[in-house]
Design a protein around this ligand. Structure first.
Ligand code: PSV
Ligand code: MN
Ligand code: MN
Length: 389
């Protein structure tokens, strides 16, 4: 690669890896309507094949996260082999305790021991699956909460949560981890049992080093300074994973970097500053759905957005920034950050791709590949993604 603005950071840029959600490839929508698309996967094998297309054209997405039971199969070894044959591997296993009748009033926080044990057992099943897929991480997001003040004892629920998580944690193998995701509301509207990073942090810290926090960028109140939370969790050694997506109003799950690219940049600046970039500690995942746009190009655009903002964040002149900060030069410090954000890295990224044998324009390469027409012709009766439907 000839010298470009990215040459000084090219090696670090090549370390970027983003995990794709299997559920992004199935049909999804809102509670108002699901608009089905032709050619969507009919099973987890086809979801993995579609995810592999994203990696093939971008080199950025080597792993695929599964969601259980949506991605339940007879033979997980066969699914892992299929992934490898397609050039990717299976990543995080997501549990799901939000679609079963029994969990109306809670899952791992439920006051009924039978239901609580059922939720714990589901997580044991997820860990068994991790053993077969070779996945390291179990991701737990809980819909648990209440709708009305007085509906239940929030403190007792927190205690049951701690107890359940302890049992799940005890099942993890030596190299396995758990990440606990927080969300401030929905589907519960009065209180949520893991509403914020502080609660997640308190719960995982009580468990031990294999339990970490998962930060979903769409799970905060409007105006929240998410990069501050990123800084704090990295400082505390507990930022286990991101679920990247964009929001305008609530849990919108739009394409990452689409709504507020500057926020994504600021988050990535703190990730790099805090040592969370490209190490084993903090996984970059997407948690998105594509309700009205095509799914594979939607995921390609998403990983390219992350790459673009990562490149800009890597370009921040750290030494100059520290010097300006040290002397309290407010405007210079701000200018240094904004210079990096406002750098157009797209031409240099195209060259960076070409130098690695990747298409300069992955969106175009996918469009020209004929894959979309192939799946439309081959697949009839695709699956519901399971979320938002
Ligand atoms: C909940 O809103 C969430 O973001 C959790 O990560 C779930 O695993 C995911 O959605 C399901 O799509
Ligand atoms: Mn999420
Ligand atoms: Mn969400």
């Amino acid at each position: 690669m000839r010298m470009t603005i990215l040459s000084p950071v090219a090696d670090r840029l090549s370390k970027l890896a983003i995990e794709l959600p299997s559920w992004a490839f199935g049909n999804s929508g809102t509670r108002f309507r699901v608009f089905p698309q032709r050619g969507v996967p009919r099973n987890p094998f086809e979801k993995v094949a579609d995810a592999a297309q994203v990696h093939k054209h971008t080199g950025l997405a080597p792993t695929v996260a599964l969601h259980i039971p949506w991605d339940r199969v007879e033979d997980y070894g066969a699914l892992a082999k299929h992934a490898e044959e397609n050039g990717v591997t299976l990543g995080t296993i997501n549990s799901n305790t939000f679609q079963d009748e029994d969990y109306k009033l809670g899952s791992v926080t439920h006051s009924d021991d039978r239901i609580r044990q059922k939720a714990i057992d589901h997580h044991f099943e997820c860990i068994d699956i991790m053993d077969q897929t070779g996945s390291r991480d179990l991701k737990i997001w809980l819909a648990d909460g209440t709708n009305y003040p007085g509906q239940d004892d929030m403190r007792a629920r927190q205690d049951r949560l701690a107890d359940s998580l302890e049992k799940i944690y005890a099942r993890l193998g030596g190299d396995q981890r758990m990440v606990l995701e927080y969300k401030f509301f929905e589907p519960a509207f009065y209180h949520t049992d893991v509403p914020d990073w502080g609660t997640s942090y308190a719960q995982v810290t009580a468990l031990g080093p294999k339990a970490m926090v998962c930060l979903d960028t769409g799970h905060h109140a409007p105006g929240t300074n998410i990069e501050f939370i990123v800084m704090q969790l990295l400082r505390l050694g507990k930022l286990g994973a991101f679920d990247f997506n964009s929001r305008f109003y609530a849990d919108d799950d739009l394409i990452v970097g689409a709504a507020d690219p500057f926020q994504l940049f600021r988050i990535l600046v703190e990730v790099i500053r805090g040592g969370g970039y490209a190490g084993p500690g903090t996984v970059f995942m997407l948690d998105q759905c594509h309700n009205i746009e095509d799914k594979i190009p939607g995921q390609i655009r998403s990983v390219l957005n992350v790459q673009e903002m990562t490149a800009r964040a890597l370009l921040v002149d750290r030494d100059a920034l520290s010097a300006a900060q040290a002397v309290g030069d407010v405007l210079t410090a701000n200018t240094i950050l904004m210079d990096a954000f406002q750098t157009d890295v797209r031409p240099a990224l195209a060259e960076w791709r070409a130098s690695r044998g990747l298409p300069e324009d992955p969106m175009r390469a996918y469009a020209d590949s004929g894959y979309a027409a192939g799946i439309v012709a081959d697949r009839v009766g695709g699956t519901q993604a399971g979320w938002g439907a």
